[in-house]
Design a protein. Sequence first.
Length: 222
Amino acid sequence: MNRPHRHPFVPYSPPRLPIEHGLDRGRAFHQLLDGRRSVRWFSPDPVPAEAIELAVLAANTAPSGAHQQPWRFAATQDPELKARIREAAEEEERRFYHEREIPEWRAALAPLETDATKEFLDIAPWLVVAFAQKQQDGRKTYYTNESVGIACGFFIAALHSMGLATLTHTPNPMTFLSDLLGRPGERPYILFPVGYPADDCEVPDLRRKPLAEALTFVDGLA
Ligand code: IYR
């Protein structure tokens, strides 16, 4: 093929998998991801920095608006910094749970049995914050939230594939993270504690919605 290009293009021809192998891999991939749960009880056991690097390398393969890759992950295992993050996060959470009177939230969150105590921010060996870059070199980025969200999905899946657990934690507001992690001008997007689940970890007994509620095949014009 000889299309005229004004910018560099390279061939892309990944090997075509026989569909039976493709479906086998799809089933195995679903089974892997179906074993993932959000964890709030972590083991303090250490996790090598390379695991964080590998998860961010996976995140860094995400598609993004205009290929601007508007994410930045800041990772720390420093106990003092983690303690400061916990302190600031719990301050926000106390306001959320005790001062703002939001009954709909209360009902929606009841099955998770969460409260303002965020011990996992001290105990998990790593805290990783995904930041969204609304601007790069003074220019606006496009589809910033979507792009960072997809990158975070890849990050979570990569951690799970390594046998590690995380939680999409979002104290609100979490601007304190930009200061504490030295990322001025970037918007904290998700705070991820990362580690192994504690030996006595429990998770809420939740069900995933059935495929029929997640997928509709549409045969023609409505
Ligand atoms: N940020 C609070 C509340 C909370 C909100 C949602 I949406 C959750 O899925 C879980 C918790 C907290 O972390 O406790």
